[in-house]
Design a protein around this ligand. Structure first.
Ligand code: GAR
Length: 272
């Protein structure tokens, strides 16, 4: 990460699944100098992702990991040799928070084994391109503890960021703007957060809200939201580049008496 006065640029890895307009916004910010970083690779789980084309236009290395066929092949063959040798079932099952304790263990086990098969390929593809922060820009795959722990080698310093199209913790999942609109919310927004073991549950870095007008359609909300995202994501990555993000554990007692502990992000003031 960059200390004041350092010229070195933050090395950013990006994963996309689709059109990559957030990728474009990050690219533009690195090129106009507002974000002191450079994108060192763009990876995808979808060979047709337009985000890959955007990256290629700028000479950025790209790769694709064929999640669909890796997951399908594994489910069909259940070949234990496909599971990475450093995958640890007990560790992953202990850490995961996607499935409730009632979910049959075999189902949870099969899910995380198949993810690890695809994630091992993803890690291999990323290996030639050292990076400091991994930015999920519309990457629509769950990342399991197996993958996350191989990126977050220092538990105090998470380094996978995601942008989500809702004001978390409301409306996690795959259609944040749609869910917000259909619920009848009068305000929508987006959230940038560090990735943890849950779905869209990691420590929040920043959020931006905007009103939903009576005449707005779902498409309007999506369009307005994306424009907000294009400013928010480069801003958050810049905070990371400036070493201004700290994750601290905060304890509190809920009104029902339950003791809680939550990792939250503190944004340090600019040193300028
Ligand atoms: C963005 O709206 C982003 O917030 C969302 O996908 C879209 C990607 O657009 N991400 C998620 O829903 C992640 N759960 P883009 O490909 O044009 O950047």
């Amino acid at each position: 990460m960059l200390e004041k006065g350092t010229q070195e640029k933050l090395k950013i890895g990006v994963l996309v699944s689709g059109g990559g307009t957030n990728l474009q916004a990050i690219l533009d910010a690195t090129r106009n100098g507002s974000l002191p970083g450079e994108i060192v690779f763009v990876g995808s789980d979808n060979p047709d992702a337009y985000g890959l084309t955007r990256a290629t236009k700028y000479g950025i290395p790209t790769f694709n990991v064929d999640y669909d066929s890796l997951l399908k092949n594994f489910d069909k063959r259940l070949d234990a040799r496909m599971i990475p040798p450093d995958w640890n079932r007990e560790d992953v099952l202990k850490k995961q928070s996607l499935f409730s304790p009632e979910t049959p263990r075999e189902k949870v086990d099969a899910f995380f084994k198949s993810r690890a098969v695809a994630e091992a390929v993803l890690l291999d593809q990323m290996a030639p391109y050292p990076f400091e922060v991994l930015v999920l820009a519309g990457f629509m795959r769950i990342l399991s503890p197996y993958f996350i722990d191989r990126i977050n080698t220092d538990p105090e310093k998470p380094r996978i960021m995601n942008i989500h199209p809702s004001l978390l913790p409301a409306f996690p999942g795959t259609d944040g703007y749609g869910d917000t609109f259909r619920y009848g919310c009068k305000v929508a927004g987006c959230t940038v957060h560090f990735v943890d073991y849950g779905e869209d549950s990691g420590p929040i870095i920043a959020q931006r809200a905007f009103p939903i007008e009576e005449t707005d359609t779902e498409a309007d909300v999506r369009k307005k939201g994306l424009a907000v995202e294009w400013a928010l994501y480069p801003y958050c990555i810049t905070l990371f580049a400036q070493n201004r993000l700290r994750v601290v554990r905060k304890k509190h007692t809920r009104s029902d008496g339950k003791k809680m502990e939550k990792a939250v992000v503190q944004v340090l003031p600019s040193r300028k």
